[in-house]
Design a binder for this molecule. Structure first.
Ligand code: ATP
Ligand code: FE2
Length: 332
């Protein structure tokens, strides 16, 4: 099959067309906030303004590769989680497309799309996934018809914790890449609050404590200590999920996954446990249209489509609510 998918849960509006073999075309347009973080209404306005640009663009790119609009079997879109205003804008565009092309509509869980594109674009088959982005931080793994959430943040996502710190430290947005650079030149580790409750995580207090530590310590040392603490937390929960599920693969997903130190720590943990560690290409790590089109394709192929009348978005859509129709029940 061939599916056109649209992602727009936050800052990145992205449309892609995929088939079982590969990504045929992808066109994105990023909303860049003038200052500070993301303003949900302005991001939604951006998505409304550029929806026709990305959709027309991706159709044109596909046409040059011999795939016409009439070849598209379904339209998929991010149903959640994400910013309500952004989700609604993208859903409206997806419904219109499905109606005008007279093809089914598929509502995709954004978190599961990160997992599935990783399973598609790396050798991982049945991984424990660490999904760390701006708004999300979760450890997920498949078990008996569902992706279970083994651990997750109880407050903000790790990326947002970095961004919040960066904002109060007077660094620009996004914070993650800059924190990574400063951390490389550190000379001391400063103890910061390490908060793992059961299998769950909390980053808000850590971010505030890092900001406070700037009074007495260098930016380099604080950034390094913030990273070491936060990454040790997510690696601990990932390792315990591996032990609990008895799986032997770890997949990294989400924008924070760009961080070299996080990759190194996960790689060490996996080596010690005899597990394989997989990281997809950068274009499939942050939010991208290809992952929405691809999970849309898996869902379409397994009959998991929705009516336009029942295609409401869900800003708090949890991955464990989804009945996984695209993986055989006897898979494990
Ligand atoms: P989602 O909707 O899934 O929450 P998002 O809109 O936050 O996604 P992503 O591209 O997945 O988008 O992630 C962006 C986040 O990743 C930002 O918070 C940014 O600070 C963080 N980030 C990017 N690069 C790095 C890095 N090298 N180290 C640490 N964090 C990083
Ligand atoms: Fe994401």
């Amino acid at each position: 099959g061939t599916v056109l998918g649209i992602e727009g849960t936050a800052w990145n509006l992205s449309a892609a067309i995929v088939n079982e073999k590969d990504v045929i075309a992808e066109v994105s347009d990023m909303y860049r906030p003038p200052i500070g973080g993301i303003h949900p209404r302005e991001a939604a306005q951006h998505h409304a303004k550029y929806a026709s640009y990305v959709v027309k663009g991706v159709l044109e790119e596909a046409r040059q590769k011999g795939v016409d609009a009439s070849d598209i079997d379904a339209i998929s879109f991010s149903q959640g989680p994400g910013l309500g205003a952004c989700l609604r804008t993208v859903a409206t565009a997806a419904r219109m497309l499905a109606i005008s092309l007279d093809v089914p509509l598929v509502g995709v869980n954004h978190c599961l799309a990160h997992v599935e594109v990783g399973r598609w674009k790396t050798p991982a088959t049945d991984p424990v996934t660490l999904y760390v982005s701006g708004a999300n931080s979760q450890v997920l793994a498949y078990r008996m018809g569902r992706y279970r959430v083994f651990g997750e943040t109880l407050d903000i996502g790790l990326g947002n914790a970095f961004d919040k710190f960066a904002r109060s430290a007077g660094l620009g947005h996004p914070g993650g890449p800059q924190i990574e650079q400063f951390a490389k030149n550190a000379s001391n580790y400063i103890p910061l609050p390490y908060v793992v409750k059961g299998m769950d995580l909390s980053f808000s207090g850590l971010s505030t404590a890092a900001t406070a530590a700037l009074k007495d310590h260098s930016m380099e040392d604080v950034c390094y200590s913030f990273q070491e603490t936060a990454f040790a937390m997510v690696v601990e929960v990932t390792e315990r999920a591996l032990a609990h599920t008895e799986k032997n693969e770890v997949l990294l997903a989400g924008g924070v996954g760009a961080n070299t130190r996080l990759r190194e720590m996960l790689d060490i943990m996996c080596t010690e446990r005899g597990a394989n560690f997989y990281v997809p290409e950068k274009r499939f790590m942050g939010d991208n249209g290809a992952m929405i089109a691809y999970l849309g394709l898996l869902m379409y192929d397994s009959g998991n489509v929705i009516d336009v009348e029942n295609s409401h978005v869900n800003p708090n859509f949890r991955p464990d609510e989804v009945d996984v129709t695209w993986i055989p029940r006897d898979f494990e």
